[in-house]
Design a protein around this ligand. Structure first.
Ligand code: C2E
Ligand code: CA
Ligand code: CA
Length: 279
């Protein structure tokens, strides 16, 4: 037993070293990535369930490293959040997304929305609202076209501060969505206090709606809750037509997921969803 204990300790130690090393490597590489602009945005379409119309898209960051290839945001965003590198990365994402939307506006002819993911550290930075304001002005984009996806996590830090910032964003005319709704541990009381526009039902609930009664019950309850609070509701991670049918029956407003479209680079997104519809 003693021997085993020693091995476990060694394993644990080695594993920790590996994780720390991996983090250090990514942190250093991120520093270069920011300077050398190794990031691109992909765009995933969002549709109105009833009309089938394209109503917006979510910008999702991709890191294309010259040697390591594509690194998933699920890997590097949490590290960037921890090191603070999310600030310059996040500012780039907002500018790039707004720039892209401005280009697409001229081709689409009706205003559609662009959703951008905002991490808690980014949202809580004092200059955040000013930055949003200045980018919208610089890119001459209507604030109504910008949707910020935040998580329930922003409420944990300082509720009063978060409410004040959300009110400032609301005054600007920016749209706010709660991402991964239902997965946070915060109480629902913030829904009454936060000036938000949309709930995004987290993928794990959507995964289960064709098999699990409990998941149907949760999704149904979120949709009813959203309607009663006069919020829009979108389901994400929708992968099958069966899930889509159920969501339509439950009167979910909007859909995003592989079944209707994967995230695509800007030029492919444009050919697939923008130019093709005009012909
Ligand atoms: P998220 O905001 O919840 O984004 C949804 C993720 O699910 C994306 O993964 C998207 O590609 C993926 N997805 C969409 N539809 C489906 C589907 O039908 N099936 C499956 N299996 N997956 C689907 P992605 O692009 O790898 O991003 C992962 C996470 O990284 C995001 O989760 C978000 O938290 C973060 N992230 C991505 N881009 C940014 C960014 O620009 N800024 C910040 N702060 N975070 C970002
Ligand atoms: Ca998101
Ligand atoms: Ca999400």
């Amino acid at each position: 037993a003693k021997e085993q204990g020693k091995n476990q300790y060694q394993f644990f130690n080695g594993e920790m070293d590996r994780i720390v090393l991996q983090k250090t490597i990514i942190e250093t590489a991120l520093h270069e990535a920011i300077e050398q602009k190794q990031f691109v945005l992909f765009y995933q379409p969002q549709f109105d369930v009833q009309t089938g119309e394209l109503i917006g898209m979510e910008a999702l960051i991709r890191w294309i490293h010259p040697k390591l290839g594509t690194i998933s945001p699920a890997v590097f965003i949490p590290i960037a959040e921890e090191t603070g590198q999310i600030i310059p990365i996040g500012e780039w994402v907002i500018e790039e997304a707004c720039q892209q939307m401005k280009r697409w506006n001229e081709r689409i002819g009706r205003p559609i929305r662009i959703s951008v993911n905002i991490s808690p550290k980014q949202f809580l930075k004092e200059s955040f609202v000013d930055h949003i304001h200045s980018v919208l002005k610089k890119k001459q984009l209507s604030p109504h076209q910008l949707d910020l996806e935040i998580t329930e996590g922003v409420a944990v830090f300082n509720e009063q501060y978060t409410i004040r910032k959300l009110q400032q964003l609301k005054k600007l005319g920016v749209h706010i969505s709660i991402d991964d709704f239902g997965t946070g541990y915060s109480s629902l009381s913030y829904l009454r206090k936060f000036p938000i526009d949309r709930l995004k039902i987290a993928k794990p609930f959507i995964d289960g709606i064709t098999e699990e009664k409990e998941d149907v019950a949760v999704v149904k309850a979120i949709i009813v809750l959203a309607k009663n609070l006069k919020l829009r509701v979108i389901a994400e991670g929708v992968e099958t037509l069966q899930q889509l049918d159920i969501l339509r029956l439950l009167q979910c407003d909007e859909i995003q997921g592989y079944v209707l479209g994967k995230p695509l680079p800007a030029d492919v997104f444009e050919k697939t969803y923008i130019t093709s519809r005009l012909q």
